[in-house]
Design a protein around this ligand. Structure first.
Ligand SMILES: [Ca+2]
Ligand SMILES: [Ca+2]
Length: 154
């Protein structure tokens, strides 16, 4: 009985620890580098695209998305958290000017760091391929759900 008791306690302790430390997992995805960025579509002047996702520090640190700009436009990126899983992220905006699917010097056109929301506006952007990177900045394993609006009406 004593043996049973102690193993039962160990079991309960284990379950409690598991419950306290189990990390929040993000929706599994493969958009973790620029080559595997998920396309959200083409953007013409006057359009708005919306993308959503989630990132954690444990299993999915960053999400890469891309869009094509079909003509010269003013574009605003707006990122906000979706309740209840708000948290701090980085928002990085890349223009792959030489179309080599790499981030080269001078291709980062916006970098808003470590904040609960972000807004970046750029005027007279040329047609081409653009990338958006959302990176989790929480120190714990909390999942951050985000929504990014890409607005070419500005
Ligand atoms: Ca990802
Ligand atoms: Ca490049």
């Amino acid at each position: 009985m004593k043996l049973f008791n102690s193993s039962f306690k160990a079991f309960v302790f284990g379950v409690l620890c598991l419950g306290l430390t189990s990390p929040a997992f993000a929706t599994s995805d493969s958009d973790n580098n620029i080559q595997n960025a998920i396309s959200i579509g083409n953007l013409n002047s006057g359009q708005v695209l919306t993308l959503t996702g989630d990132v954690t520090t444990t299993d999915d640190l960053e999400d890469f998305r891309k869009f094509e700009l079909k003509g010269t436009s003013n574009v605003r990126l707006n990122e906000e958290k979706i309740a209840p899983n708000g948290g701090r992220t980085d928002l990085v905006w890349i223009r792959d000017a030489n179309n080599n699917q790499r981030i080269d010097a001078g291709e980062t056109i916006g970098n808003s760091r470590d904040s609960f929301s972000h807004q970046i506006t750029r005027k007279n952007l040329p047609a081409g391929t653009y990338y958006i990177i959302v990176r989790n900045r929480q120190l714990n394993s909390n999942k951050v759900q985000y929504q990014v609006t890409v607005n070419a009406k500005v």
